[in-house]
Design a protein around this ligand. Structure first.
Ligand SMILES: Nc1nc2c(ncn2[C@@H]2O[C@H](COP(=O)(O)OP(=O)(O)OP(=O)(O)O)[C@@H](O)[C@H]2O)c(=O)[nH]1
Ligand SMILES: [Mg+2]
Length: 224
C-alpha cells in the first residue's frame, strides 16, 4: 500500500499482512480442490458496480446451458435481484449471497455457498463478485480464472487507477462499447494501459445488450 501526502513529495510503503494473504490463499485452495474433485470449471466475474457482470453471466448461461450443467453464485451487499435476473436462463442452480455490507466475496463465503449447489450434474460455476474494483483484488476465490468487466462509462483511466484488480485478472472484458462515444471515452486508452500493466493480456470488447463479443469471451475462457 502506498500513501501519498499532497504537501510533500515521496511516499511510504505499508505492507499488507502476509499471514492474512496466506490464509486467503489457503481458503481459495480449498475451493480449488472442491471444484477439481467434482470436475467443475469455475469463473470469478468481477468489476465495478453496474459494469455488466450479471448481463455477461446471463448471456453466457443462456448460450452454454443446453450443453452444460451450470451453477451461478451471485454476490451483492443486499437483494436477490441478480439471482432473479439469471434465473430462467437455463442454469441448474442460482444462489445469491448477500454480504450484508462487505464489499467483496471471499473464499470462505463461497465455500459455504458451494455446499448449497447440487451434488451432481454441474460442470461450470460462475461466481459474480460484489461490484467493486478494489477489495476483490485481494481475495482469491479459488476459481480457474478471474474475469474483470470494465464498462466504457468508467472512463479512460479506469485500468491505470486500479492496477491490483487487473493484476489479479486473467481476462478483461471491455463492456458497453456502444456508449463509449456518448460518454466521450476513447477505448484505446484503457486498452493501452492494460497492455502496459499486463503485456499480451486478452481484452474482449462486448455489448452485453446485443450479445456482441460474448462468443469471443467464451472462446477466451475455453468455453467455446
Ligand atoms: N448500453 C449498455 N448497457 C449495458 C451493457 N451491459 C449491461 N448494460 C446495462 O447496464 C446496467 C448494469 O448491468 P448489470 O449487468 O446489472 O451490471 P453488474 O455489474 O452486474 O451490476 P452490479 O451487480 O450492480 O454491480 C443494466 O441496466 C444493463 O442492462 C452494454 O453492453 N451496453
Ligand atoms: Mg450484478
Amino acid at each position: 500500500m502506498r500513501l501519498y501526502e499532497t504537501s510533500e513529495t515521496g511516499s511510504i510503503e505499508i505492507e499488507i499482512g502476509e499471514d492474512l494473504q496466506a490464509r486467503h490463499e489457503e481458503l481459495a485452495q480449498r475451493n480449488r480442490e472442491w471444484f477439481r474433485e467434482r470436475g467443475i470449471r469455475a469463473f470469478d466475474i468481477t468489476g465495478s458496480v453496474g459494469a455488466g457482470k450479471t448481463s455477461l453471466i446471463a448471456a453466457m448461461v443462456e448460450r452454454l446451458s443446453p450443453e452444460h450443467g451450470i451453477g451461478v453464485i451471485a454476490g451483492d451487499v443486499a437483494t436477490t435481484h441478480d439471482a432473479e435476473r439469471v434465473s430462467g436462463k437455463g442454469a441448474r442452480k442460482v444462489l445469491q449471497i448477500n454480504t450484508g455490507g462487505m464489499c467483496h466475496l471471499d473464499a470462505k463465503l463461497v465455500h459455504r455457498a458451494l455446499q448449497h449447489l447440487p451434488e451432481s450434474g454441474l460442470d461450470l460455476v460462475f461466481i459474480e463478485n460484489v461490484g467493486n474494483l478494489i477489495c476483490p483484488s485481494f481475495f482469491p476465490l479459488g476459481a480457474e480464472a478471474r474475469v474483470a468487466v470494465v464498462s466504457a462509462n468508467e472512463g479512460s483511466h479506469v485500468i491505470a487507477k486500479h492496477p491490483a484488480m487487473f493484476q489479479s485478472a486473467d481476462l478483461v472484458v471491455l463492456n458497453k462499447t456502444d456508449i463509449a462515444d456518448a460518454v466521450g471515452v476513447d477505448l484505446t486508452g484503457p486498452v493501452s494501459d492494460l497492455q502496459r500493466l499486463r503485456p499480451g493480456m486478452t481484452v474482449v470488447r462486448t455489448n452485453c445488450m446485443t450479445g456482441e463479443g460474448v462468443e469471443e469471451v467464451l472462446r477466451a475462457l475455453r468455453l467455446a
